[in-house]
Design a protein around this ligand. Structure first.
Ligand code: AMP
Ligand code: MG
Length: 462
């Protein structure tokens, strides 16, 4: 049995719509995350296929779809919300931490607009792999507890595709867009209630909206610096896809760079490069400014509130810069040393020589990094200056994954899964959730794609 305590279901009218998941015809378990179930204190026997598919709502759950708004690619949409997900409820882990248990792909809700409320197996398995890799690298992220095939097809541009449901776990699913939903409607009492809820749940040290803003800014600066240090590109950093908790959320067309270039974009719909790798910190600031705008009405006299909120958002830059230096410093084993110019020189060399991001950093500790460069002399010159700082190899080994969920491997796992073979998924999952281990049997999964294998574009394809 799962002990739910559903605090969001106790929020005022209009925060959500009560809706049960829509049953599916032939649910079949694709993956269950045992270690995560243990960490959450969930009895594995309680995690039945019936529950994980939405066919059986467990006792104590209070399924609901959350309302939110959001800026999508810069354009404001006042009414979004969970269109293909339901929050089953919240649980408290043995360490006292509260978590949302959500089914994604569980059928239509009042917020589905024209969508079918479903997900296909591809994005479900992609999110499962990528979010669990992120968790293994200690990046704040939602987690994947289970994936279930529905036995039903969903219809997308590509035709009929096998449907699936992801069980997603998050500190909460409250987004910048959740605040925007109430702010745009001038619902100040609801905004205040949401603010109190978020402070109690995520930032109990914060003594009001300004302190909350400060903390969200700080949390996002850390998270984005971690994305950058892994070559991660979220792909849809809309304000409805930015969590107040600081967790990475809504893995859509996300991908990791193979070859390093700061302008890299994968998402087929991001034609202007708004969410390119190097632009992610700027977009985070833009999103946080939207969050700040929502909080200003709660911050007293307007002119002073605007000034304080602006100051708070501007703190992102120095916090991010410090986090970036710490992360990349750790990647080079020279955290704490004056290292910015050295890091930038390496990245510059990598960009001009189209070096593989992950392999260069992983190869620094075992001497194979230079193989990733065409102009070895240029790399050697850099490496001499680096060695002078006596890099800490043990720190580097923990900071640099050898294996990431590379696009071509993720797609290979999805193709096999669609054909009924979960073995490639399971192997990739094991390899990327132990990303820093030296393991000969996983060596192939550390290879960069060949020209023919490289995936150049990813699709929302939800
Ligand atoms: P996303 O960009 O994937 O975060 O989704 C943006 C909005 O579209 C959210 O409100 C989603 O709930 C909604 N949405 C995405 N896919 C579907 C779908 N297949 N059915 C219903 N709503 C969807
Ligand atoms: Mg979303």
């Amino acid at each position: 049995m799962i002990r739910f305590d559903n605090s969001y279901a106790r929020m005022p009218e209009g925060f959500f719509a009560r809706v049960d998941p829509t049953p599916v015809s032939a649910p079949r378990l694709l993956a269950l995350n045992g270690p995560l179930a243990d960490r959450l204190g969930l009895d594995r026997d309680a995690l039945t296929v019936g529950m994980l598919s939405g066919n059986a709502v467990p006792e104590g759950a209070a399924p609901l779809a959350q309302a939110y708004a959001g800026h999508q690619f810069g354009g404001f949409v006042p009414q979004l919300g969970d269109g293909r997900a339901v929050l089953l409820g919240e649980i408290t882990a043995p360490d006292g931490a509260r978590f949302d248990i959500q089914l994604k792909g569980s059928g239509p809700t009042p917020f589905s607009r024209r969508g079918d409320g479903r997900a296909w197996m591809g994005p479900v398995l992609r999110e499962y792999l990528v979010s669990e890799f992120m968790a293994a690298m200690d990046v704040p992220t939602t987690r994947a507890l289970a994936a279930v095939a529905t036995g039903e097809d969903v219809w997308r541009e590509q035709g009929g595709l096998p449907g699936a449901v992801l069980t997603r776990v998050a500190a909460s699913h409250i987004r910048v867009g959740t605040f925007q939903f109430f702010a745009v409607r001038d619902r100040k009492t609801d905004l205040a209630a949401l603010t109190d809820h978020v402070i109690a749940r995520h930032y109990p040290q914060a003594d009001g909206p300004l302190a909350l803003l400060d903390q969200v800014v700080a949390a996002q600066a850390e998270t984005i610096a971690q994305w950058m240090s892994l070559g991660f590109i979220h792909g849809v950093m809309n304000t409805d896809n930015m969590a107040i908790s600081g967790e990475t959320i809504d893995y859509g067309p996300c991908a990791f760079m193979d070859v390093y270039h700061p302008d890299t974009v994968f998402s087929s719909i991001d034609r202007q490069g708004r969410y390119a790798w190097a632009n992610q910190p700027n977009i985070a600031v833009w999103n946080l400014a939207q969050f700040a705008t929502c909080l200003i009405p709660l911050m007293g006299e307007e002119e002073a509130a605007v000034e304080a909120a602006t100051h708070s958002v501007h703190r992102f830059a120095p916090l991010y810069q410090a986090a970036w230096l710490r992360r990349f410093g750790a990647k080079l084993g020279i955290e704490g040393a004056p290292n910015q110019a050295l890091i930038e020189r390496l990245l510059g060399l990598m960009a001009t020589q189209r070096a593989d991001f992950t392999r260069v950093f992983a190869g620094l500790s075992d001497g194979t990094a230079r193989d990733e460069f065409l102009d070895r002399d240029a790399f050697d010159a850099w490496a001499r200056d680096w060695q002078v700082l006596s890099p800490d190899r043990a720190a580097m080994a923990q900071a640099n994954p050898r294996r990431i969920p590379r696009n071509h491997r993720v797609e290979e796992a999805i193709v096999a899964a669609v054909a009924g073979d979960m073995a490639p998924f399971e192997r990739l999952f094991a390899a990327v959730t132990h990303p820093c281990d030296l393991r000969e049997d996983w060596a192939a999964l550390a290879h960069a794609p060949t020209t023919g294998q490289a995936v150049l574009q990813t699709f929302c394809g939800t």
